[in-house]
Ligand binder design. Structure first.
Ligand code: NAI
Length: 331
């Protein structure tokens, strides 16, 4: 089938072309994000392949449907950016990649955690300048600490399994607790207990109406002083302005982010020769105890291979019987 691939980077081309052997789809790669202005590029193309910061609101979906698109193949697990009711109304089938490598995101969460506790990002810069002083690099042992995991699906479970190896007490909150996590020794508690008792809080739930700004002034107030907060889920799980205030008072002692609420205008592009006009983000990166990566949790060879092959399997199944392997759950 013909597939319009939006937000294409060179690495997307490489992995999609490599996975296409058994499928034989024809790709139209567009570097641009899918937005109201660019949706017309897909006119006449039956399948649109979209990524996390592509816009899939009712207006864009209407333009796509009007142009003959019938299937939106998301190359992501999260689908919070899709207006599912509009897609249903327009008869657009939407598929996703529910699991590609939960380990990739879990391990990236650990990369942030370990870098923050031992300040390896700062130590690296110091040593390159011939500065071997340890002042300011005092860390803490993760062993024996309490970690609170919000959302123990595929990624949260991997994090739990890794943290069990570290010898942590593991608390979790999930609307659907997971028996495999209980077997790892995870204690399910309510959110208040999790926030109140955790030294490290890590977010692995989807972004929904219920989880939007889950971390705000009120929930931060319930956390331990100096808590480490990690978010590799979705940016809007956190009210960034409230976290900035909590960083200023020391309530949040460490912040590790792979996602940011307003990331669509920043992430996945090189802005190093331009001025960042997002003042909230600019303030965030001034803190020495904040470590931000640009939504790269998924970015491993294994995950990229699995994303490309599952996306193409969805498209092939849609071509053969009108139903992808992994449709979105209905709203
Ligand atoms: P999953 O669907 O396997 O697990 C999500 C878990 O969250 C489920 O157990 C669900 O019951 C739980 N949940 C739902 N609503 C909740 C609520 N209100 N409170 C607490 N828990 C709730 O999803 P998976 O694969 O583990 O991914 C989790 C999230 O990670 C995705 O939704 C996505 O936003 C994000 N993600 C980030 C990536 C990155 O590159 N940084 C890559 C892939 C996913």
């Amino acid at each position: 089938m013909e597939v319009a691939v939006f937000s294409t980077k060179n690495y997307d081309r490489v992995f999609f072309e490599r996975a296409n052997g058994p499928h034989n789809h024809t790709f139209h790669f567009f570097d641009t994000r899918l937005t109201d202005e660019t949706a017309g590029l897909a006119r006449g193309v039956p399948v649109v392949c979209a990524f996390v910061n592509d816009v899939l609101d009712a207006a864009v979906l209407e333009t796509l449907a009007d142009g003959g698109t019938r299937h939106i193949a998301l190359r992501s697990a999260g689908f919070n950016h899709v207006d599912r009711e509009a897609a249903d109304r327009l008869g657009l089938v939407v598929s996703r990649v529910p699991a590609y490598s939960p380990q990739a995101v879990a391990e990236h969460t650990l990369a942030l955690m370990l870098a923050l506790t031992r300040q390896t990002h700062r130590a690296f810069a110091r040593v390159r300048e011939g500065n071997f002083a340890l002042e300011g690099l005092l860390g803490f042992d993760i062993h024996g600490k309490t970690i609170g995991i919000v959302g123990t699906g595929k990624i949260g479970q991997c994090v739990a399994s890794i943290m069990a190896g570290f010898g942590c007490r593991i608390l979790a909150y999930d609307v659907q607790p997971n028996d495999a996590c209980r077997e790892l020794g995870v204690e399910y508690v309510d959110l208040d207990t999790l926030f109140g008792e955790s030294d490290i809080v890590t977010l692995h739930c989807p972004l929904t109406e219920d989880t939007y700004h889950l971390i705000d002034e009120a929930t931060l107030a319930r956390m331990k002083d100096g808590v480490m907060l990690l978010n590799t889920g979705r940016g809007a799980l956190i009210e960034t302005r409230d976290v900035i205030e909590a960083l200023k008072t020391g309530k949040v002692g460490y912040l590790g982010l792979d996602v940011y609420e307003e990331e669509a205008d920043l992430f996945f592009e090189d802005h190093s020769r331009t001025v960042i006009t997002d003042d909230v983000f600019a303030r965030l990166i001034t803190f020495p105890n904040v470590l931000i990566t640009g939504h790269q949790g998924f970015f491993t060879r294994e995950a990229m291979t699995a994303i490309a092959s599952t996306t193409l399997e969805n498209i092939t199944a849609f071509e053969r019987n009108g139903e992808p392997v992994h449709p979105l759950p209905h709203p």
